[in-house]
Each structure stands twice: as structure tokens, then as C-alpha cells.
Design a protein around this ligand. Structure first.
Ligand SMILES: *Cc1c(COP(=O)(O)O)cnc(C)c1O
Length: 231
């Protein structure tokens, strides 16, 4: 068994029912994704639109591609024809633009709203209040080619486990509040995407339904050699 297959198997054995895994393959070459694919895994996460498209184009069509990175409107076109879930909607403007391009592609694209829960300035997303505001004041219900499926968040990169738990708990609370306020009548708003290699156990403890794990499966990332040629 390869390392990737071994790591994947170990992780899956640890995940409780109701928690799904997105194997974050960003920065790793298609060959490593194929190793996971051969074990039967189909759900992969990428954070750059052109890198995701390049991999999509050379890998089997039954892979479900999740987009987890900051999305610029001029890059939506690289992912909208096939993306399974966009985790990182951080403005109404972006949601409306995905809707417009999804309409052209003849699709309905599932999306999560990314909420900033960490104490670091660098992590993007709505603040909890901006997220409430966006749902209260924008015409998101009129968008027919996107479907809001839940929330995504990243905890602070810290050894303080209590802080991490607190941040995930806050996101879970917001998730239930928004679900009760705006989605009480339907089951589509059901995903809470939280947890990465270093904090997925805490995230699961606080109600995560989807963990995004990269380095624990694929090993450390090296950013100085781009694995896919994007022209
Ligand atoms: C890179 C990344 C992950 C995975 O991080 P690991 O620490 O390698 O598990 C998860 N979520 C997002 C948004 C990421 O950018």
C-alpha cells in the first residue's frame, strides 16, 4: 500500500458517521490524486481555480471537485462547469456572479458561506454579523443557479485547543441560528465544513459534517514547484 492509501484508510477509519472527508490535494501532482483515486476515493479539494481545472482535465470525470480557496470573479469560469461544492463564498457579489455563470453553464452550483472565526486577520470570509446581514438584506433567494448548503470556517492556527474549540463552537451556533431563521423549511442547508489536519478532531467534536484534510493524507506541501503546468 502507498503512503497516501495508508493515510487515507487510517483517517477514514477515524471519522464518525455523518462526517464526510474532502481530501485536499492542492499543490500535489495528479499522480498523487490517482493514488487516492485507486483506493476508491472520489472527493478532492483544491484552492486555486486554474490548478483545479488543469487537474480536472487530466483526471477521471467521476471525481467530485470541491473548491476551498479564495475565489476571484474572473476565475469562476475555470470551475463552474464541474465543481461539486464551493466552500468559500465570502460576499453576495461573488455568489451572484457564480449564479450568473452557473446559469450559462446550465447548472445549479452548491455553495457554502465562508465565515471568519479565527483571530488572525489573514483568513477571509464574512464576519458572523456580515453573514447575518447578507442573508437578511440581499436577494439571494432569487438566485436560481446557486444553492446555499451551509457554512465553512477555519480556526486559528494555534496550540490553544480551547480557543480552537471555542471558534468551532461559535460557527456551529451561527449555523444553527441561520438554519432556523432562513432554511427551516428545507433540508438543503446542512453542511458545516470545518476541520483540517491539525484540528479535525476538535471540529468533529463541535459538530462538523465535513472535514478538509490535506497534509495528513498527502504529506507536507512544497509551494516552490508548481505541480501542474497552467497555460
Ligand atoms: C489547505 C487547506 C486545508 C487543508 O489543510 P491541511 O492542514 O493540509 O489539512 C483545508 N482547508 C482549506 C481552506 C485549505 O486552504
Amino acid at each position: 500500500m502507498t503512503d497516501v492509501a495508508h493515510n487515507l484508510r487510517q483517517l477514514l477509519a477515524e471519522l464518525p458517521q455523518g462526517v464526510r472527508l474532502v481530501a485536499v490535494s492542492k499543490s500535489h501532482p495528479p499522480e498523487m490524486i490517482e493514488e487516492a483515486y485507486r483506493t476508491g476515493w472520489r472527493v478532492f479539494g483544491e484552492n486555486k481555480a486554474q490548478e483545479m481545472k488543469a487537474k480536472h482535465d487530466v483526471l477521471p470525470p467521476d471525481i467530485q471537485w470541491h473548491f476551498i480557496g479564495h475565489l476571484q470573479t474572473n476565475k469562476i469560469k475555470y470551475i463552474v462547469p464541474y465543481v461539486a461544492l464551493i466552500h468559500s463564498i465570502d460576499s453576495y457579489k461573488l455568489l451572484a456572479e457564480v449564479d450568473k455563470q452557473a446559469a450559462r453553464a446550465g447548472r445549479v452550483v452548491d455553495c457554502l458561506l465562508q465565515v471568519h472565526i479565527a483571530s488572525e486577520e489573514t483568513k477571509s470570509g464574512f464576519s458572523p454579523d456580515e453573514c447575518r446581514q447578507a442573508l437578511a438584506t440581499t436577494p439571494w433567494r432569487t438566485l436560481e443557479h446557486v444553492r446555499l448548503r451551509g457554512l465553512m470556517g477555519m480556526a486559528t492556527n494555534t496550540d490553544d485547543v480551547e480557543q480552537i474549540r471555542r471558534e468551532f463552537r461559535l460557527l456551529n451556533k451561527l449555523f444553527h441560528e441561520l438554519k432556523a431563521t432562513y432554511f427551516a423549511a428545507d433540508e438543503t442547508f446542512g453542511e458545516l465544513s470545518m476541520g483540517m489536519s491539525d484540528d479535525y478532531r476538535e471540529a468533529i467534536g463541535e459538530g462538523s459534517t465535513m472535514v478538509r484534510v490535506g497534509s495528513k493524507i498527502f504529506g507536507e506541501r512544497t509551494y516552490n514547484n508548481n505541480p501542474v503546468v497552467t497555460t
